[in-house]
Ligand binder design. Structure first.
Ligand SMILES: [Zn+2]
Ligand SMILES: [Zn+2]
Length: 451
């Protein structure tokens, strides 16, 4: 936070007061207020920030609390009709965002610059904790009743941009993820009344963030949507020289696996199971990317199998812990109510689809592959093996190349046998390079016969 907020105050007293707020000198703030309570009604000269604006923007939570306790209006406006909540969200001052929301700050206010809300600000500046706090507030507030939660998540600014557009443009993959998870429309267009506009995928292509593009594609973003200039996201990425992004966005590149969000049990997944499956999906798509980016043949590529330790680990596991579809991975997901278990990769194979191929799309909810009963819920399997315990650590250490290699290997070994037993998911089998023995296997028709 710069000095700018308090640099142009009307007089010395104001200057001292706003400086004290900015730097968190609560004693000075308090003693000045004792002498002159009207200071609370002052504002900075140019931007007309109130004391609460300055405190919130600088993350001075004690001073924010002090002001709110003195019944300062939490929705006081500055020159640009920005609220203290917008400034706190802009600067990522999470505790101030929380405090202001608790104090009843209105999350549905629009500034006069671009008609943006606090949700736009949090998304634009990439403060996912603030974003989440605002979304949680929207869930439980009048906004959900009067406006509808989904409408709030997809709220447009003066140029038609939703928070998802802004997060994608500003390369904020975590915010993109949270927004999609909360019902943001992946194919929302900035065009109004049916006129062509940009989708979040166009803006991600403009920004050049591979992670944002991955998230959007995994949620079913359309690579063929044209913006107001008639360009598809691929052309936008090319124009701005984001070569790798362009490769992913090229409509002739293989489609990624798409998260089957419409399925009822997926939307009701518990957090743990969901994270596991989402991670498996991202891994599968990254494998696909690797092939695309290398320019090698997609379906026949075999991974290198250098990680012997991992195979040893798996072979130590007892039969009951092994997934009975692929016989390679450990069971991590349990189907309820029947209690059958399988690995997350086989679960994905059951639930996900490759978008462009309508014959493989799961139009109805899948059933348990073992007993054909309806899947009421998917939960994380209770059996704790060393491998399960390591999952969280592995994710935290994703930058370690050794681990990454080992997980890729596991991920790749998903394909072969898991898809054979399942109907309606044929084309995904391309994702699997083969089983554990696929290092020996070169051609697609060979691994089909492997156990
Ligand atoms: Zn499996
Ligand atoms: Zn079952």
């Amino acid at each position: 936070m710069g000095q700018g907020l308090s640099s142009c105050t009307a007089n010395d007293e104001n200057g001292v007061f706003f400086s004290a707020i900015q730097f968190g000198d609560i004693d000075t703030v308090q003693s000045m207020l004792e002498k002159d309570p009207s200071l609370l009604n002052q504002s900075t000269v140019y931007d007309r920030h109130s004391p609460l604006h300055v405190a919130a923007a600088n993350g001075q939570i004690d001073i924010v609390s002090l002001f709110l306790d003195r019944s300062v209006n939490p929705d006081v406006l500055n020159r640009h009709k920005q609220t203290p909540l917008m400034l706190a969200a802009m600067h990522g001052k999470f505790s101030c965002v929380q405090k202001l929301i608790q104090a009843g700050a209105n999350i549905l206010m629009f500034d006069s610059l671009h008609r943006r809300t606090c949700l736009h600000y949090a998304a634009y500046y990439g403060h996912s904790d603030c974003l989440q706090a605002i979304l949680s507030a929207a869930h439980s507030s009048d906004v959900a009743v009067s406006w509808g939660y989904a409408r709030f998540v997809n709220i447009r600014d003066g140029r038609g941009a939703t928070p998802l557009h802004l997060a994608a443009r500003q390369k904020r993959p975590h915010c993109v993820h949270i927004l999609l998870d909360n019902g943001a429309l992946v194919c929302a267009s900035t065009g109004t009344y049916g006129t062509p506009g940009s989708t979040p995928l166009h803006l991600a292509a403009r920004g050049g963030s591979m992670d944002c593009i991955r998230e959007l594609l995994a949620w079913g973003a359309d690579r063929l949507h044209r913006d107001s200039s008639g360009r598809i996201p691929y052309m936008v990425a090319l124009k701005h020289r984001h070569g790798a992004c362009a490769t992913l966005l090229n409509p002739s590149s293989a489609e990624p696996l798409v998260w089957p969000s419409p399925l009822k049990f997926i939307s009701e997944l518990n957090q743990e199971a969901k994270e596991l499956l989402e991670r498996a999906l991202m891994e599968a798509n990254k494998e696909r990317e690797k092939s695309i980016l290398k320019g090698t043949a997609f379906s026949t590529q075999s991974p290198s199998h250098s990680n012997v330790d991992l195979d040893d680990n798996i072979s130590e596991a007892s039969d009951t812990e092994l997934c009975c579809i692929c016989f390679e991975q450990l069971c991590t997901i349990e189907v309820q109510d029947c209690g059958h278990q399988m690995c997350e990769h086989c679960t994905l194979a059951l639930c996900c689809h490759n978008k462009p191929n309508p014959t493989t799309a799961c139009l109805t909810a899948p059933v348990c592959p073992f007993c054909r009963c309806n899947i009421g819920q998917l939960v994380v399997a209770k059996i704790k093996t060393t491998d399960d315990i390591d999952l969280q650590d592995q994710r935290d250490l994703a930058s370690s190349s050794l681990l990454r290699k080992s997980r890729r290997t596991r991920n790749f070994s998903e394909g072969s046998s898991s898809f054979k037993g399942l109907s309606g998911v044929g084309s995904i089998s391309k994702l699997g390079g083969g089983g554990r023995g696929s290092g020996r296997v070169a051609a697609e028709n060979e691994w089909i016969d492997k156990p």
